[in-house]
Design a protein around this ligand. Structure first.
Ligand code: ZN
Ligand code: ZN
Length: 391
């Protein structure tokens, strides 16, 4: 089937997208959204599983054609994933479909991602003449992280065993009508850290009776700058930032506590492990030198999003049919943001791809998903899935 023959029913897609946009829900609170998704899937006679990873929904479409169960041309299962959650922020743009909920806003375009995967679901519900199985994954809680792991912990891979998995994110920095996919790193890993420095407080005039956590923190922050500059290959990309530090309440009191938080980002799991190990070692060393207790804790972790080469090439080929080969971007810098789709790619082959849409960047208060690219996203999902089912 040619990509231009895929039925996308633009008006229905736009209505769906705007309905989701007007009724945004944050991580693990996607009750209305997941009910809407499940209701659509059921209306299209698609096998529907709800409550996968709290508010996640999975649709399963088995093709009506038979194929060999094993061997080189055996039937395959392809998974497509969309995220459903919104951000805890106010929308400052004034579209007609503006958020109806104060302080909650689809500022990352997950409304569009959900609508496009529903568009692909509707297409396949009407065109089941393929061999193999499609698993449509509507994931909660991408923004906070945790949604992908919640679904995996709920047995996603054993209940719906798939061979490959793909996800698409809108890209405001790419023009509408273009598409981007890289081999290897697409998005950085991100680990947040919290460091608690515990000393002994006292009078500012008698430092000898104290263990000063402020002076220890100053040493620590300087020493942490050597993690990237001295311990990591200069050709590797890595960032360590201390983003907050809090201690004390008066000029003449040495406090007993200091606390700092920061982030570590990179595009390589071995660099990531090395950075975390160096942070722990430096904390231990500064603790010894300053006689303070220093505890470090990592949280909010997301691995780097690393595309598998064969699947990135498959996405490129499908995109060339939909967007035209001249509009498929292959050479661009990976993004410094992070994504919990990385968790799926650590476990199964797949690719994360970018759908050009123009406009202001994600998380901007006037962001809005560009409805014009909805049909392109649906056509891409359908073309890719058909190609990979028979790959
Ligand atoms: Zn986001
Ligand atoms: Zn997003």
């Amino acid at each position: 089937m040619g990509a231009d023959l895929i039925d996308t029913d633009f008006d229905e897609l736009v209505a769906l997208r705007r309905d989701i946009h007007a009724n945004p829900e944050t991580a693990f609170d996607e009750m209305r959204t997941s009910e809407l998704v499940a209701a659509k899937l059921r209306a299209w006679n698609i096998e529907t599983h709800t409550g996968v990873g709290k508010t996640g929904v999975v649709g399963v479409i088995r093709g009506s054609r038979s194929g060999p169960e094993s061997g080189p041309n055996s039937v395959r299962t392809i998974a497509l994933r969309a995220d459903m959650d919104a951000l805890p922020m106010n929308e400052e743009g004034r579209p007609l479909h503006r958020s109806l909920r104060q302080g909650v806003f689809h500022g990352c375009g997950h409304d569009g991602h959900t609508a496009m995967l529903l568009g692909a679901a509707r297409h396949f519900s009407r065109h089941r003449d393929f061999a193999g199985t499609l698993v449509l994954i509507f994931q909660p809680a991408e923004e906070t992280g945790g949604g992908a792991l919640a679904m995996l912990d709920d047995g996603l891979e054993t209940r719906f065993p798939y061979d490959e998995i793909y996800a698409m994110h809108n890209a405001p920095h790419f023009a509408p009508g273009t598409f981007g996919v890289r081999d290897g790193a697409m998005l950085a890993s991100c680990d947040e850290f919290e460091i608690n420095v515990t000393g002994v407080g006292g009078h500012g005039s008698s430092p000898e009776k104290t263990k000063d956590p402020v002076a220890a923190s100053a040493q620590l922050i300087c020493a942490l700058q050597t993690v990237v500059s001295r311990a990591i290959d200069p050709a590797a990309a890595a960032v360590l930032s201390v983003g907050s530090i809090h201690a004390g309440s008066a000029s003449n009191v040495i406090p007993s506590q200091a606390k700092m938080t920061g982030t570590v980002r990179t595009f390589d799991e071995s660099v990531r492990a090395r950075m975390k190990a160096r942070i722990e070692a430096i904390c231990a060393g500064v603790a010894l030198a300053t006689e303070c207790e220093i505890a470090v804790r990592f949280y909010g972790s997301s691995p780097a999003t690393i595309n598998h080469r064969a699947q990135a090439e498959a996405a490129e080929a499908a995109a060339a049919e939909v967007f035209g080969p001249e509009n498929v971007l292959r050479e661009f810098a990976p993004l410094n943001g992070s994504e919990d789709f990385s968790e799926f790619l650590l476990r199964r082959p797949g690719a994360y791809v970018l759908l050009g849409q123009g406009g202001v960047y994600c998380h901007h208060p006037e962001f809005d998903f560009n409805d014009e690219v909805l049909p392109l996203g649906v056509r891409f999902f359908v073309t890719l899935a058909l190609a990979r089912l028979s790959a």
